[in-house]
Write a protein that binds this ligand. Structure first.
Ligand code: GLP
Length: 259
């Protein structure tokens, strides 16, 4: 796991966008793993700007991590809509190439299975953006999620509902159920870039980067990922024991290595 401590979300957005730009130049039909929440927004801003300057998404495809169950189609806070609004409508990716789990499907197990198959048929995710919940969740894999899990329905912990209530008019409007790629699904992405900013993430970052690998902190599974990059600001890094070592390592990293 590589930990990079940066000055703020703008620098984080630029570095993550650099990795996506490198990938698209090497592999124009790359498969991008798309995250919601506020953490990836600076990355999407950067990518929209770079698309305006010629970065080409026309052959790329995207898969969302997760979705609420029970929000009506087109609800502004459904993740399908958030991803369209914040990212895919701002770049030249083909709308048909952007996928998300269908939270309004009648047959939930079948739609989850079909989603797994669609990811495989696209060749798997090349680069997965991730945030982390204050409870250490990844996508909507709450504490206790199986490390082998695949796309499925989950119940949200109250802390997550409260954290996400800021996007809704009231806590009561936040759904209790979600569909989410499993931890096993996420671990198959070839490169994962997790973004975390702000003091409210400091404990979760400390737990998943330096704590034991444990289902109580789902993001800690990334310690087993062969290519995981963690981009944090100073506040989110403030509880890390080895912060100076991560800084030193990144400052002295050979430029050819990239992320
Ligand atoms: C939600 C999403 C996660 C995201 C998390 C953190 O629960 N399902 O994918 O990582 O929020 O969001 P934020 O980046 O807004 O802190």
């Amino acid at each position: 796991m590589e930990v990079v401590i940066l000055g703020g979300s703008r620098q984080i957005g630029k570095l993550a966008a650099d990795a996506i730009e490198d990938l698209l130049r090497r592999k124009p039909n790359a498969v991008l793993g798309l995250a919601t929440g506020s953490s990836p927004l600076p990355v999407y801003d950067q990518l929209a700007e770079r698309c305006g300057q010629g970065l080409d998404f026309s052959q790329a495809s995207g898969f969302a991590l997760d979705e609420y169950v029970g929000l009506p189609a087109g609800h502004p806070e459904s993740y399908r809509e958030v991803i369209r609004r914040e990212f895919t409508s701002r770049v030249n990716i083909a709308p048909d190439n952007v996928h998300g789990p269908d939270g309004s499907a009648g047959d939930i197990p079948a739609t989850c299975q079909a989603y797994e198959e669609a990811i495989s048929a696209a060749g798997g995710v090349d680069l997965q953006l991730l945030g982390v919940g204050t409870d250490g969740h990844l996508a909507f894999n709450e504490p206790g999620s199986s490390f082998a899990s695949r796309t499925r329905i989950k119940s949200l912990i109250e802390q997550t509902r409260r954290d996400n209530a800021r996007f809704f008019n009231s806590l009561a409007e936040v759904p209790h159920h979600v569909l989410t790629q499993g931890l096993g699904t996420i671990m198959e992405a070839r490169h994962v870039i997790l973004l975390a900013t702000g003091a409210q993430k400091a404990q979760a970052v400390r737990d998943f980067v330096e704590g034991p690998v444990s289902a109580i902190c789902p993001a800690s599974l990334l310690q087993f990922h062969p290519h995981a990059t963690v981009l944090v600001d100073e506040a989110a890094a403030s509880a890390l024991k080895l912060a100076d070592f991560y800084r030193h390592t990144y400052d002295n990293k050979p430029a050819w290595q990239g992320l």
